[in-house]
Ligand binder design. Structure first.
Ligand code: CA
Length: 219
């Protein structure tokens, strides 16, 4: 999952960046509202963690402008304690959820998983595809109840393909979902991960769509 973190507090921001990376998220971190607005409108994030008090443009204004452009990216706002007005205005401006500072990383991650489920229209915490079961909370995958060891990127790629079953996902789209801006990636990176997934799960799950990308058949 690719996340945009917008937080101007350097200490909190770097702590969240480290924590979220450790949980397997690919994270871009920005510290002002204007840059956040342009990033959200150009990058397919799975979720945005948006502080309200930001330089240049407030989180509320970023949110209103994003929703005005009909961009549905799930947004979780961060508000100060006792800032009930911020939470009310935030939710009414299109936020999907909020957290009050200070909060625990565990709660943030659980809320991100819930947002991602809702955004994909899923209610079950486990994702099943044929004989494969993906547990996003535990970062684990089983096939016929046998545990399959996947790298962080392989896991993210499999989850992306399974939850988009029936759609063709381009290499470029998958690269954007799996890697943040700071990563220089090789042109065949996605192919290499696909190759490993096929070796671990069987060759017939993931179909190559020549010249475009990859797909998994809708069940
Ligand atoms: Ca702030």
């Amino acid at each position: 999952m690719r996340i945009l973190l917008v937080e101007d507090d350097t200490l909190l921001g770097s702590g969240l960046l480290t924590g979220l990376n450790g949980e397997g998220y690919s994270v871009d971190w920005l510290k002002n509202g204007k840059a956040a607005l342009s990033a959200i409108t150009t990058t397919p994030y799975d979720a945005v963690i948006l502080d309200i008090g930001l330089p240049e443009m407030s989180g509320i204004e970023v949110l209103s402008r994003v929703r005005d452009q009909n961009i549905n990216t799930p947004v979780l706002i961060l508000t100060a304690q006792n800032a009930i007005t911020d939470r009310v205005i935030g939710l009414d401006s299109g936020a999907d959820d909020y957290l009050t500072k200070p909060f625990e990383l565990d709660e943030l991650c659980a809320r991100l998983r819930a947002l991602s489920r809702r955004a994909r229209g899923l209610t079950q915490p486990l994702i099943q595809y044929r004989n494969i079961i993906i547990d996003p909370a535990a970062h684990s995958v089983t096939a016929d109840n046998v545990s399959i060891e996947l790298s962080r990127r392989e896991f993210a790629l499999l989850k992306e393909l399974v939850t988009s079953a029936g759609r063709v996902l381009s290499r470029r789209y998958l690269e954007e979902k799996l890697y943040n801006w700071d990563r220089e990636i090789e042109s065949n990176t996605i192919e290499v991960h696909i190759h490993h997934l096929r070796k671990k799960l069987g060759a017939d799950f993931i179909k190559t769509v020549r010249g475009i990308g990859y797909t998994m058949a809708k069940e």
